[in-house]
Write a protein that binds this ligand. Structure first.
Ligand SMILES: [Cu+2]
Length: 233
């Protein structure tokens, strides 16, 4: 009886146990170990309250642990945020393919990447993918073995940064706070930047609203050609 109840519950909540974690980073041709230089949670659950400070670099109910490592990255290079269903999963277990939505990446300059929580102002978006020809960016990452390609801008100043990579699942987004936002922050030291740009920055939380058209949406009514507005400036 208990087993059948569990099966019914699972059927009503597609993918509820199939979230995802930005588990490790590939940079400069090297894939670092899981959790190396990443503020990682022990659980792969999403954040759903866009006004929570946990929207910055994750947090309760997913306990997070900062790493004592910082990853050196060259400005202008392309890194890969590597997504996995759990910290133990391999490249064929990235996320339930029924989790469909946009993919984004942001940077924030910080004084100390090992200790900064990421909460508050200073974030600027450096990469995004939405909905193209009927395919969601999350499914592109799944098809790419969990790799999210992110080019680090050449024009930014050298220094320590948090890199916030994010996958959003919209299967439940017809109701307010139904979107599932999965994000983690990597701790970077960026060199080789020209420092010629000073991007406009935004606060996280604050950059998203619960009624953003890209977060409060019925994706099942969309056509191949439907427009989609990626959240976040
Ligand atoms: Cu999920």
């Amino acid at each position: 009886m208990h087993l059948s109840l569990l099966l019914v519950t699972a059927a009503l909540l597609p993918g509820a146990v199939a979230h995802t974690i930005f588990a490790q980073l590939t940079a400069g041709g090297k894939t670092y170990p899981v959790s190396y230089g990443i503020l990682n949670p022990s659980y792969d659950g999403p954040q759903t309250d866009v006004n929570s400070k946990n929207m910055a670099c994750n947090g309760p109910p997913n306990p997070t642990t900062p790493s004592d490592k910082i990853i050196d990255v060259t400005a202008g290079s392309t890194v890969q945020a590597v997504w996995r269903h759990t910290l133990q999963s391999g490249p064929n277990d990235v996320m339930d393919a029924g989790h469909k939505g946009p993919v984004m990446a942001y940077l924030k300059r910080v004084a100390n990447a090992k200790t900064d929580s990421g909460v508050g102002n200073g974030w600027f978006k450096i990469q995004e993918g939405g909905y193209r020809n009927g395919k969601w960016a999350t499914n592109e990452v799944i098809d790419n073995k969990g790799n999210q390609a992110i080019q680090i801008p050449k024009c930014i100043a050298n220094g320590q940064y948090l890199l916030r990579a994010e996958m959003v699942a919209l299967h439940g987004a017809r109701s307010t706070n139904g979107a599932q936002l999965c994000m983690e922050c990597a701790q970077l030291n960026i060199t080789g930047g020209t420092g010629t740009a000073s991007p406009t920055t935004y606060s996280i939380p604050g950059i998203y609203k619960s009624n953003d058209p890209g977060l409060l949406i019925d994706i099942y009514s969309m056509k191949t050609t439907s427009p989609y507005v990626i959240p976040g400036t």
